[in-house]
Design a protein around this ligand. Structure first.
Ligand code: GTR
Length: 383
């Protein structure tokens, strides 16, 4: 690592407060421990290896990309949805694998006032996307606010891709494309949901109203973990937002408080590959840590948000992870976080390539979070 980056990193870690001791993997080191000093060397020698560690040990290996029988069509279009605010498209994506076929039904809204193609936020949703339903706004999809800022948005229900339950393996895409019994490194539900988002991206690249160079993925909590992993796997997403993703998302594995690998793998083993379970109470044995997941987003835009009452996710650890991902952004000539000091509640750090805020309140995706994400988008992303 060049002296300058080393100094920035040490200063950053000092400022971030008491952190775990040594043995946090260096996001710039290759598998032999050699620290790379150029973006090309990182891309060639580090990125692929890091990605592979996360696949084999945490989220699982995907058996398929865009499947051969993939089809996407617009089932219904309403050019005057939401009182004329937006053009709504109900999309159907269909695909077939060795063990059956599946469908995803995303809903896309394009603001009628914006000049096409429009930058677009893709939400990993907990509920069926319905922009007229109050449940969608409560579930973190404030469509009117998003459209008013000149952005398009598309949402899908993750459970339609793969059910969010322990015995769901047989009913989702992992059954359609996977083998039983699943291998120890076979994909978990988080990776399956990200696969679904990539299939929606396949459609978005064909829709002239959408600016495919500017599609962000966003998710809250378990969906925040899935959004981060999705963008690590699929570099077409140019902006990634992790809202309160916590354990196995933006927060460090080694030093975090609240939920740990032992908790998450006992409550939600199916989110991950089986190999992840061996790190219960042994986070120190992981070949990677979550700051390297954030590093896999570089040099694209990344925003991580926490909440003051969300001790289970551990916002301080999410911030630490952003600090530790900084050297990867620096390698590309970008600043990671604009400051290495945890900002006061509700103050958003928007100037670096990594945005961050800690909202006052509980574990939630609030409209105020969205406003910060769009402010960051206005600054770095929108034309
Ligand atoms: C919790 C889980 C967290 C988080 C959350 C959610 O129960 O422990 O990791 O993902 O669920 O997704 O709402």
């Amino acid at each position: 690592m060049p002296i300058k980056s080393q100094l920035i990193l040490s200063a950053a870690l000092l400022l971030a407060g008491p952190l775990c001791a040594a043995d946090v993997p260096n996001p710039l080191a290759d598998a032999n421990g050699k620290v790379v000093t150029t973006p090309d060397a990182w891309k060639t020698n580090v990125r692929g290896q890091t990605l592979q560690f996360f696949r084999e040990q945490v989220y699982g290996v995907r058996p398929v990309g865009k499947p051969a029988g993939y089809q996407a069509k617009v089932l219904r279009e309403d050019p005057l949805a939401l009182g004329g605010l937006a053009t709504l498209k109900e999309i159907e994506i269909t695909f077939t694998g060795p063990n059956g076929s599946g469908k995803i039904h995303p809903v896309l809204l394009i603001p009628n006032s914006a000049k096409v193609p429009v930058p677009t936020f893709l939400l990993f949703g907990f509920v069926k996307p319905d922009p007229l339903a109050e449940a969608n706004v409560r579930g973190g999809w404030p469509v009117k606010e998003i459209l008013a800022r000149g952005y398009a948005t598309v949402a899908f229900e993750v459970s339609e891709v793969d059910p969010d339950r322990a015995d769901g393996f047989g009913d989702g895409i992992r059954a359609i494309f996977g083998k039983q019994p699943a291998a120890a490194d076979a994909w978990g539900a988080l990776s399956a949901w990200g696969w679904g988002a990539s299939r929606i991206m396949d459609y978005l690249t064909t829709d002239p109203a959408v600016d495919a160079q500017r599609v962000a993925v966003i998710g809250h909590s378990r969906c925040g973990k899935a959004a981060l992993w999705c963008a690590a796997e699929d570099e077409r997403f140019s902006y990634v937002i992790s809202n309160n993703s916590g354990c196995s998302g933006a927060a460090m594995a080694r030093s975090k408080q609240g939920e740990r690998v032992a908790n998450i793998t006992s409550h939600f083993p199916y989110w991950f590959c089986q190999n992840y379970q061996q790190y219960s109470n042994h986070e120190d044995r992981l070949p990677i840590d979550q700051h390297q997941l954030l590093g896999l987003i570089a040099p694209r835009l990344l925003y991580v948000a926490s909440a003051t009452q969300d001790d289970w996710a551990d916002g301080k650890s999410e911030f630490e992870s952003c600090v530790r991902a900084g050297p990867v952004f620096a390698l590309f000539g970008k600043t990671g976080l604009e400051s290495t000091t945890l900002p006061p509640p509700d103050k958003a750090l928007l100037d670096g390539g990594i945005g961050y805020h800690m909202r006052t309140g509980k574990h939630d995706l609030a409209v105020s979070d969205w406003q910060h994400y769009m402010d960051f988008g206005d600054k770095h992303w929108k034309r």
